[in-house]
Design a binder for this molecule. Structure first.
Ligand code: ADP
Ligand code: MG
Length: 350
């Protein structure tokens, strides 16, 4: 089962337009052998377009796609030996689970097709791998959504693809099942080690599943890094705003002074460039203290418990409303004035 073959993917300066619209605007990316990379970005950022081009389902206007250093754009989808799982890649309704998984093996060219006994053994192995051997005689309509996607994955793996591409495979499932499947996918990938690209618009899913995250926006890559990198050291305002829940305040930087409206803040500008900027603070990094204790002051407007924290709506002096997350045992009263000090913050131009 374990794939020992080395497979790398390299994409260079990829451009794809639809009419006058640039869906991909100069994308460079390297995926190492055996990696599970997440493409993370909002809807419309170009994730599916990039995946389809790697798969051989679409072609770019310019740029290169190399698989193991070879020009993949000269090859069709079949020659690239890619397995896919899509959000709505429906299984064949009239075929049993077993036959769905066997399908790719049965339609292989005669020269390489396995005999019936070998096909049955391989399907059994795949159904064991996705832990659904017991469903082999069922039909797709008799499966849950999560089971269907696991079968779709088994089907994609049947032909021993060199690359596995997953486009929002859990997007149509409810939150609890999604969470289970993400953990399941991570451990499955650990077992099979196929070079994989996983597309999602869900930041939590990307951070939990992948060993590297590629953040996309408007057809461009904003940042590539480990889950810790993109969360702890976002490279741009977009990444900070997209990953992790952030407070975002429009500020002015002038001569090393950061102002919110006409009020100077007791915050170091660091290396921030002068001009209109955005200050970002994660909700849980804004610490609440007595009035006068921090860079900001505000009045508590509303408090509610939100899982392990309490989320408070605070109107800053100057009129801007922010939401912060404080520990549950912190006493917060509606109407009281508090001081707020960001434990960490970042300033980005723009
Ligand atoms: P994502 O998967 O990140 O949501 P897509 O790659 O599907 O984004 O799409 C990127 C942009 O390209 C979107 O604005 C989409 O409307 C546009 N687009 C994608 N495919 C086509 C197409 N076949 N024709 C016209 N526009 C398209
Ligand atoms: Mg998409």
């Amino acid at each position: 089962m374990r794939d020992k073959t080395q497979v790398t993917i390299e994409v260079k300066d990829l451009v794809k337009t639809f009419g006058s619209f640039k869906a991909l605007d100069g994308v460079d990316l390297k995926v190492d052998s055996g990696e599970l990379v997440a493409l993370l970005g909002p809807s419309g950022s170009g994730k599916t377009t990039l995946l389809r081009i790697v798969a051989g389902l679409d072609w770019p206007d310019a740029g290169e796609v190399l698989i193991n250093g070879e020009d993949a754009l000269a090859q069709g989808a079949r020659e690239r030996h890619v397995g896919f799982v899509f959000q709505h890649y429906a299984l064949f309704r009239h075929m049993s689970v077993f036959e769905n998984v066997a399908f790719g093996l049965r339609v292989q060219p005669r020269a390489i097709r396995k005999d019936e006994a070998a096909i049955r053994a391989r399907v059994k192995e795949l159904l064991d791998l996705v832990q659904l051997d017991w469903l082999s005689d069922r039909y797709p309509s008799q499966l849950s959504g999560g089971q269907r996607q696991r079968i779709a994955l088994a089907r994609a793996l049947a032909i021993e693809p060199r690359i596995l591409l997953l486009d929002e495979p859990f997007g149509a499932l409810d939150a609890k099942v999604r969470k289970e499947l993400r953990r399941w996918l991570r451990s499955l990938h650990h077992e099979i080690n196929v070079t994989s690209i996983f597309v999602t618009h869900d930041q939590e899913e990307a951070l939990e599943v992948a060993n590297r995250v590629v953040v996309m926006d408007k057809g461009r890559i904003e940042q590539v890094g480990s889950p810790d990198d993109v969360y702890e050291s976002p490279a741009s305002a977009f990444v900070h705003g997209f990953i992790g829940e952030s407070i975002e305040l429009p500020v002015q930087v002038e001569g090393g002074v950061v102002r919110l409206g006409d009020r100077p803040l007791a915050l170091a500008a660091g290396g921030a460039a002068p001009g209109a900027s955005k200050l970002f603070v994660r909700r849980h990094d804004m610490l609440v203290g007595p009035p006068g204790s921090g860079a900001f002051e505000g009045a508590v407007q509303h408090v509610r418990n939100f899982g392990p924290v309490q989320r408070a709506e605070i109107v800053l002096s100057g009129g801007k409303t922010i939401e912060i997350d404080a520990p549950r045992d912190k006493e917060l009263r509606v109407g009281e004035t508090v001081g707020l000090e960001p434990r960490r913050y970042r300033i980005f131009a723009g």
